[in-house]
Design a protein around this ligand. Structure first.
Ligand SMILES: [Zn+2]
Length: 352
């Protein structure tokens, strides 16, 4: 299949993606991501995520070991958000062009390790399984919290995407509302189930013949790593469960343990591909959790998405003019080729 100058339909987000493999060979005179490995200490007294350090709000971090979570001191969302007289719920503002709504929610910080210089690629198997258990515990608790509609767990990693604190950590935004992406994904999966005898969109995509033949990076017992057919980012991959399971809460211990191993191998593949502790944006897409829409939420299937900001070891991929003006992202690497390259990496030889 030719992947050049082709638009591909992204069925979860209901949008077109442009595959333009030729743009990958374009001459580059922009910023070269810094690949020099800096000596990072195991404990940094100036890092607000390290154990025993006093945070900005005066709280002292406990002498924790392993995965550890706490409330974000600088939350983007809060249930303390003041009511505004321009809120859409207020009478007379529902159709206003300048209507507002409170940004209600909880923000959490998740440290993967007490060690400042660790990454999810190099912590032990047992530590990685503890991280996955923390994901599950945090999702379960927040999804059962009143007035929470969606729980997005994510990791921003790397100075290339503006992360200032190198301590290995992720975050959670638990929102009282459905994000735009959560809305698109749920609408798409509900519509697919309604028109395909209740089938799961994501499981169907995984089982698709073209995906199985050309886009699988790793196939395990309960999960596969695939490059999505309409990957929006160079080397974008998804970890997809083999059965339709809506969220981390509903996974078995066996599945969670395998997810830990599959996840760790995939981040190791990125480190090998990009020749450094690779920057990434990682998103855990659990089903929304609003009680009112429980039937619709059940149609959503868990998946974990990696959105690497690099197009190769030397080049960043900026979302620039065309993407900003169109919302149709241009992927410079043909997904089938990306899968082939990732599949060829023997992570066992490179794991720490
Ligand atoms: Zn630290």
């Amino acid at each position: 299949m030719s992947g050049n100058w082709q638009r591909r339909w992204q069925p979860l987000l209901q949008q077109w993606v442009m595959i333009s493999a030729r743009s990958a060979g374009r001459p580059w005179s922009g910023a070269i991501p810094n690949r020099e490995a800096k000596l990072t200490p195991a404990h940094d007294p100036d890092c607000y995520l390290c154990p025993r350090v006093i945070r900005a709000n005066g709280t002292t971090n406990p002498d924790y070991a392993g995965a550890y979570a706490f409330d974000n001191d600088f939350p983007s969302l809060s249930f303390d958000a003041p009511v505004s007289d321009t809120d859409a719920e207020e009478a007379g503002h529902a159709q206003s062009l300048t209507r507002t709504a409170p940004a209600h929610g909880h923000c959490r910080v998740l440290c993967w390790s007490e060690q400042h210089d660790a990454t999810l690629a190099n912590i032990s198997d047992a530590q990685m399984r503890a991280v996955v258990r923390l994901w599950q515990a945090e999702y379960t608790r927040l999804a059962q919290t009143p007035n929470i509609a969606n729980v997005l767990i994510f990791e921003n990693k790397g100075v290339e995407i503006g992360v200032s604190n190198l301590h290995p950590h992720g975050q959670i935004y638990a929102t009282s509302f459905l994000t735009d992406t959560a809305t698109s994904m749920r609408d798409a999966q509900v519509e697919f189930a309604n028109t395909h005898n209740g089938d799961s969109l994501l499981v169907s995509l995984l089982q698709d013949a073209h995906t199985q033949e050309h886009l699988v990076v790793e196939k395990n017992t309960h999960f596969s790593v695939i490059v999505p057919f309409a990957a929006r980012f160079a080397y974008e991959t998804w970890i997809v469960p083999h059965r339709h399971v809506s969220n981390l809460t509903d996974m078995t211990d066996t599945e969670l343990d395998e997810l830990a191993g599959v996840y760790q191998r995939q981040v190791n593949r990125y480190d090998v591909l990009f020749q450094r502790s690779a920057p990434n944006i990682t998103l855990l897409h659990n089903a929304p959790c609003s009680e009112l829409d429980a039937d619709k939420n059940k149609q959503c299937c868990f998946h974990l998405a990696f959105h690497p900001p690099l197009r190769d070891a030397e080049k960043l991929k900026y979302l620039a003019g065309f993407e900003s003006g169109s919302s149709n992202i241009v992927n410079p690497v043909q997904p089938e080729l990306a899968a082939e390259q990732l599949r060829a990496i023997n992570v066992q030889e490179h794991s720490a």
